[in-house]
Design a protein around this ligand. Structure first.
Ligand code: F3S
Length: 284
């Protein structure tokens, strides 16, 4: 089987950095806590749990700790959480992706100057929740064209628009256009990460050429879900899998398939991508 594997498949710079930071601490004898799963990948989280790393589900659980190391994942957290960790005397390993950290800085600075902050993204995503927590003024999160059309900006206030790093670039442009047409005075900062854009563009190009497309990633990974949507729009025969086992269940007949494309979200470990690639190349 001919296979086209996306060069941009798998861990991005920020996730690789976060993983390295956690694995560096594992085995040092300290009790390590992750504030939420380090990445949206069940296999990786299970492996870390086996090595004694505990996942904290909420800031309330953080308040119950008296010692240990708390790892902040690449999505970042609000300013309050840093304060909490410091006040509890815990050790902080900050694995916030530098690109996310940059958004925190923009939001903090712009809101300090009095700007109203608009975040284009998914309100329930932890990265967006973290970004909100750096603003000194009220924020709003906009995800759809309808929300953008219905939203009335506060009068006589500067506005600063930032984006969740993994948001779809074309959709971001569309939403910004809606705001600009309303005549608001807006400072637009495109904070979409290049890694996401490149992965999305490459995935679309590959999906256009192949008979079947495989997108690998955790079911809770927003960037993998977006990759899937993009590929599905180009290739109807697109499959979203977490592990190789899912592929056994997903595909029944492969007789008419000559070429398969593979891409993977930012939190997908290399060994899973390799496994899938090998299976498709040899056993399909
Ligand atoms: Fe960072 Fe971009 Fe990855 S923001 S976590 S390098 S997708």
């Amino acid at each position: 089987m001919e296979v086209i594997l996306a060069k941009s498949a798998g861990f991005c710079f920020g996730v690789r950095r976060a993983m390295d930071k956690v694995y560096e601490r594992v085995g040092t004898g300290e009790q390590i806590y992750m504030l939420g799963s380090i990445i949206h990948n069940e296999e990786v989280v299970k492996d870390l749990e086996k090595r004694g790393v505990k996942v904290l589900q909420s800031p309330e659980e953080l308040l119950l700790l008296h010692e240990g190391v708390v790892v902040i994942r690449s999505h970042g957290v609000s300013k309050d959480i840093y304060k909490m960790i410091e006040e509890k005397g815990l050790t902080c390993v900050d694995a916030t992706c530098p690109f996310v950290r940059k958004i925190h800085k923009i939001v903090e600075d712009e809101s300090e100057k009095g700007a109203h902050i608009v975040i284009i993204g998914n309100a329930n995503h932890p990265e967006v929740e973290g970004i909100k927590g750096w603003s000194k003024t009220p924020t709003v999160v906009i995800e759809s064209a309808e929300e953008a059309r219905n939203y009335e900006m506060p009068h006589n206030q500067m506005v600063c628009i930032v984006s969740q790093t993994t948001f779809n670039y074309n959709k971001f442009q569309e939403l910004v256009e809606i705001f600009l047409k309303k005549g608001y005075d807006i400072n637009v900062v495109n904070t979409i990460c290049n890694a996401t854009e490149e992965r999305q563009k490459e995935a679309a190009e590959i999906a256009r050429k192949v008979d079947m497309m495989i997108v690998i990633g955790g079911t809770h990974s927003s960037n993998t879900q977006k990759l899937y949507e993009i590929c599905k729009a180009e290739c109807a025969n697109t499959h979203y899998i977490q592990t190789l086992e899912d592929l056994y269940l997903e595909t029944e007949t492969t007789k008419s398939i000559r070429c398969v494309g593979i891409t993977a979200g930012a939190s997908t470990p290399n060994n899973i991508i390799e496994e899938v690639q090998k299976y498709v190349r040899i056993d399909f």
